[in-house]
Ligand binder design. Structure first.
Ligand SMILES: CC(C)(COP(=O)(O)OP(=O)(O)OC[C@H]1O[C@@H](n2cnc3c(N)ncnc32)[C@H](O)[C@@H]1OP(=O)(O)O)[C@@H](O)C(=O)NCCC(=O)NCCS
Length: 138
């Protein structure tokens, strides 16, 4: 596996993977209608030994919060449970060290058990619950 870092997701191998991941999450009702791919998001992409892009992780340097934030990550289904996400995460942790940011934050649906299990395995601590109220508009 090879890992590549991009300063922006546009015109990179990250974008189609992230779009596919967003579609998968929307279809499975594991994310709401908010935008989770942005023009200014940076990206880490994992490539198979054959040179195919198999996973992507987007991130933002939130200077105002002194932290990095992960809007979205995705690994192709046939490449899961092989350490692809973990490899991208390790590159992000190295970025946080380089940028001297003491925290990496992210969110996910409470029902996304695979993502929550992955975060837990990597030592990431669940700290809050996001609520949503559907306003009864006429
Ligand atoms: C969540 C996701 C990114 C994990 O990617 P991955 O490359 O399979 O993760 P890894 O192989 O690095 O897994 C690391 C560890 O996390 C845990 N883990 C990962 N997927 C798991 C699952 N489905 N069930 C239970 N534990 C899991 C395991 O402990 C795993 O180690 P192990 O395989 O040695 O047991 C992937 O399942 C995915 O793309 N899901 C759809 C999109 C998504 O939910 N994105 C995150 C929300 S933004």
């Amino acid at each position: 596996m090879q890992i590549q870092h991009y300063e922006a997701v546009c015109q990179t191998q990250a974008l189609p993977l992230l779009v596919r991941g967003w579609h998968e999450l929307l279809t499975a009702d594991l994310t709401d209608g908010t935008i989770i791919i942005g023009w200014d998001h940076k990206a880490i992409v994992a490539f198979s030994d054959a040179g195919m892009p198999i996973g992507a992780l987007s991130w933002i340097d939130q200077e105002w919060g002194n932290q990095l934030f992960i809007p979205l990550a995705y690994v192709l289904p046939e490449h899961r449970r092989q350490g692809v996400y973990t490899a991208m995460w390790n590159v992000l942790v190295a970025k946080a060290v380089e940028l001297k940011r003491p925290v990496i934050a992210s969110g996910t649906s409470i029902r996304n058990t695979a993502c929550r299990a992955t975060m837990a395995k990597l030592g990431r601590i669940e700290r809050g619950i996001y609520t949503r109220f559907d306003v009864p508009l006429p």
